[in-house]
Design a protein around this ligand. Sequence first.
Ligand code: URA
Length: 211
Amino acid sequence: MELHVLQHPLIEHKLTVLRDKNTPSNTFRELTSELVMLEAYEATRNLEIEDAAIETPVAPMVGKKLAAPRPMVVPVLRAGLGMLDGMTRLLPTAEVGFLGMKRDESTLDIITYANRLPEDLSGRQCFLLDPMLATGGTLIAATNYLAERGAKDVTSINILAAPEGLEHLKAEMDPKINLKVVVCAVDEKLNEHAYIVPGLGDAGDRLYGVI
Ligand code: URA
């Protein structure tokens, strides 16, 4: 597992406004999109490219374009949906699949309740979107799911991570699976309800205005 914690004044500024409990849902959604776009720049650094012959108004040249097969972007429902718009703005040719995973709040087990993904992901570069890397359980389950279907590599884009979740990943992930994690910050800890501290609260509720 390769971890990238982004350091940039714009990310720090936007993240602070995002965390603020007084930030309303519309601003929260806008900031989430902007942060994902900034993260996507780093997260897509290893996208495969291939030669592309074109003509500029001045001369022919061989440039580069994204190679086939198309990258696969997978928001984890529900909160990952809030990151989709930012990601597809930067990567408009990506295919989008959906994975519905949630935590059973009493046992903290991960339940897969929906999936809309091709059975065969051979050779595909996959991007998981989920704002909060808390216990790491969802990310482990989702990454295994994609790897079992042949994904070439998996990049997880999260806004915040907890140290406990990152430790869990290191301990549990099969090292043969090529996993990269890109986050805006690693916070202090998880609380007894598995919320990230200081965090930003329940990302899904804040995105969709649930009080
Ligand atoms: N999911 C959230 O929405 N927030 C947390 O702090 C942890 C998991």
